[in-house]
Design a protein around this ligand. Structure first.
Ligand code: PRX
Length: 657
């Protein structure tokens, strides 16, 4: 590497290379060359090998209506068939598909045959409710077997699901129901997290009462916590009652490859989250292929992705990818710190996990916990079953990488630092565990077939060693198809005119190493924050703040945080007097809770500062650069004479909390 500091390179051991799906860099380069020489052929061959098609496709990539690309458009397929029936048919019926560990530590195992039966029962139940191909179903469930069953049941009948993370508020849920015009909501009475029962159904009830959810005809309720919940006659039905007496077989609905498998809302640079629309065939192909190449999944593996099904990682690497590969996976209901911060390590030990995929924030918080209490250190557990580690969702700092590598992986497990997004559907830039020499902090090289590049504002590729904008030059099968109901926004956000509509704009900055060409992601280039691997728009939080009756104006920025990667800092102008002392503290609490209610607890600003105004240029533009510096506690050194109100900076320097 060309960095001034000596960077340590971690090569895969012979043992790892030997049996890997991509064994060595020559094998990786051969795959890349195959894709470069015959792009469509590369993907078509894998789509035929990796998936079972009801009607084989003859068309591969259709670019006639760019950037609304189509893949395998004349093929017909069913995702649930590929994840379940196909495994049963090839003799894996008695293989464990899911090892579910509850918050309370209770473990339940479900085989492929059982899972198929459960999915079919719910599919039949949903069909009886009138749900049909193309209808939308919103899923607001905790991490549970039922959550996966619900997603698979929708896929089975051709309904498009939209999972809403269980930590989102009534307002956020309402907005998503309204945007999808869902006819059914599947929820639970509540969820267990960290030993506590938290409500879900009451939040769903509130969402439905907010107006704009008239499309919803039925609410299916899973019993999890046993908490007393209200029931609206004619609308609400217990999950157990719905599936009672239903057959455990159900004919899959064979859908066009482009049929929307799911919508998943994510934050952008406006106040309104975007409904990212994914296809069926292309999406599933890359979910499978990345399980094979990036995770080197083998029949004997026990795979554990710690994400929630409310995020894209939980879609590709819990609900679809592992199942489509016939793998055994761990599904975990709880949190990494309950009953103590050794939970992950104990679970890896007891469940003999071989591939472990988590987020840098979790690693950083567990490093802290182990520093404070040596009995929670991974070395106190037997983690010898592990063979591959993964990281996702945010940049992993080299110190956390090295700790993960040495202490969790015992110095023998490659770490795949996977860069991708809700929109990309699957890994885009990532090491291949049996091939790529690893450099901590770099997601290394593109997934075979992915044409990632770093460009300047004009869309021209910059030389290695020079930072720029991350783009993808060719469409890929698992990419976003559109923003639900807003094709113009899709075009503007991802295929902007600045690049003549030819390049996919990821929204991240990146730099490639001078010598190796390795990519390092330098962070978002838009108004999107990444807090604990959760993506949030600054505008979304600002809109929530100004919706409070006492708030006149608000600006939100991120600041680096040791554990969560970034932390949310809000600068607020109240309608009345600027509060100080205890009044300010009380107001901070009130606004944090308000944002928690408007969006969800993950969006609560960590730091709120009050000013009589915000720093603005004479034309009234908020100087966000200055706010970022203030949030970090940096001295403002540059010329502020163009500010309309330089005195305001003093007020905003100090946190009142
Ligand atoms: O900024 C990048 C960051 O997370 C963003 C995507 O967030 P989301 O759509 O919620 O999907 C997260 C899970 C795939 C990206 O634009 N990001 C994701 N993975 C990495 C990353 N940043 C650095 N390194 C990564 N491995």
């Amino acid at each position: 590497m060309s960095n001034e500091q000596q960077v340590r390179i971690y090569n895969p051991s012979e043992e790892v290379v030997k049996n890997a799906a991509v064994p060595g860099m020559d094998a990786y380069r051969a795959l890349c060359k195959e894709a470069a020489d015959d792009y469509e052929g590369f993907w078509a061959r894998r789509a035929r090998e990796a998936l079972t098609w009801h009607t084989p496709f003859t068309q591969v990539l259709d670019e006639s209506n760019a950037p609304f690309f189509k893949w395998f458009a004349d093929g017909k397929i069913n995702a649930s068939y590929n994840c379940l029936d196909r495994n049963v048919e090839r003799g894996l019926g008695d293989k464990v598909a899911i090892i579910f560990e509850g918050d309370d530590g209770r473990v339940t195992r479900v085989t492929y045959k059982e899972l198929l039966g459960r999915v079919c029962k719910l599919a039949n139940g949903l069909r009886d409710l009138g749900v049909k191909k193309g209808d939308r179903v919103v899923i607001y469930l905790p991490m549970s077997i039922e959550g996966i069953v619900a997603m698979q049941a929708c896929a089975r009948i051709g309904a498009t699901h939209s999972v809403v993370f269980g930590g989102f508020s009534a307002q956020a849920l309402r907005d998503r129901i309204n945007d999808t015009q869902a006819s059914v909501v599947i929820t639970a009475d509540g969820q267990f997290r960290g030993g506590k029962g938290l409500p879900l159904k009451p939040i769903a009830d509130e969402a439905l009462s907010l107006g704009g959810c008239e499309s919803v005809q039925k609410v299916v309720v899973v019993k999890r916590t046993g908490a007393e919940v209200g029931f609206t006659a004619g609308r609400d039905i217990w999950y157990t009652d719905l599936i009672e007496g239903k057959a455990d077989t159900a004919e899959p609905e064979w859908v066009e490859s482009e049929h929307p498998l799911f919508l998943l809302y994510t934050s952008g640079s406006t106040g309104k989250p975007k409904g990212v629309q994914h296809s069926t065939g292309g999406y599933l192909l890359q979910a499978v292929l990345s399980m094979q190449y990036t995770f080197d999944i083998k029949p004997s593996d026990i795979f554990w992705c710690t994400a929630d099904i409310g995020w894209v990682t939980g879609h590709s690497y819990i609900a679809y990818g592992p199942l489509a590969c016939g793998a055994t996976q761990v599904v975990f209901e709880g949190v990494p710190t309950y009953p103590d911060a050794g939970r992950f390590w104990r679970m890896i030990q007891d469940l003999k996990v071989t591939i472990f995929y988590t987020a840098p924030t979790a690693i950083r918080s567990l490093i802290k916990a182990a520093d404070n209490n040596p009995s929670l250190h991974p070395s106190k557990y037997d983690l010898s079953s592990l063979r591959i580690l993964g990281s996702v969702g945010e940049p992993i700092n080299p110190a956390a990488w090295e700790w993960y590598y040495e202490n969790v992986g015992g110095g023998r497990c490659p770490i795949v630092d996977t860069f991708w997004q809700t929109e990309t559907g699957a890994h885009m830039i990532t090491p291949m565990p049996g091939a790529t020499p690893l450099v901590p902090g770099s997601c290394t090289l593109p997934f075979p077939g992915i044409q990632a590049a770093v460009v300047d504002e004009t869309g021209t590729e910059v030389p290695n060693g020079q930072g720029g904008i991350l783009v993808v030059k060719r469409p890929w099968p698992s990419m976003i198809r559109t923003i639900w109901g807003d094709p113009d926004r899709f075009k503007k956000s991802y295929y902007p005119e600045d690049f003549k509509g030819k390049l996919y704009l990821a929204g991240d900055g990146a730099i490639r190493d001078k010598d190796t060409g390795y990519f390092t992601i330098t962070g978002r280039i838009d108004d999107v924050l990444n807090v604990s691997g959760h993506r949030m728009g600054t505008m979304e939080i600002e809109s929530a703040l100004v919706a409070h009756e006492k708030v006149a104006e608000a600006a939100v920025v991120g600041r680096p945080d040791d554990v969560t990667g970034e932390a949310i800092v809000a600068f607020v102008v109240l309608k009345g007097q600027r509060p100080t002392g205890e009044d300010a503290k009380a107001m901070i609490k009130e606004l944090q809770n308000w944002v928690g209610k408007e969006i969800g607890p993950i969006a609560k600003p960590k730091d709120i500062r009050f000013g009589e105004n915000l720093p603005k240029t004479r034309s009234g533009k908020i100087m966000r650069r200055l706010l970022r510096q203030l949030a970090k506690g940096e001295d403002i050194t540059q010329d502020t004479s163009t500010l309309e109100n330089p005195a305001i900076l003093e007020q905003l320097k100090q946190s009142a909390g």
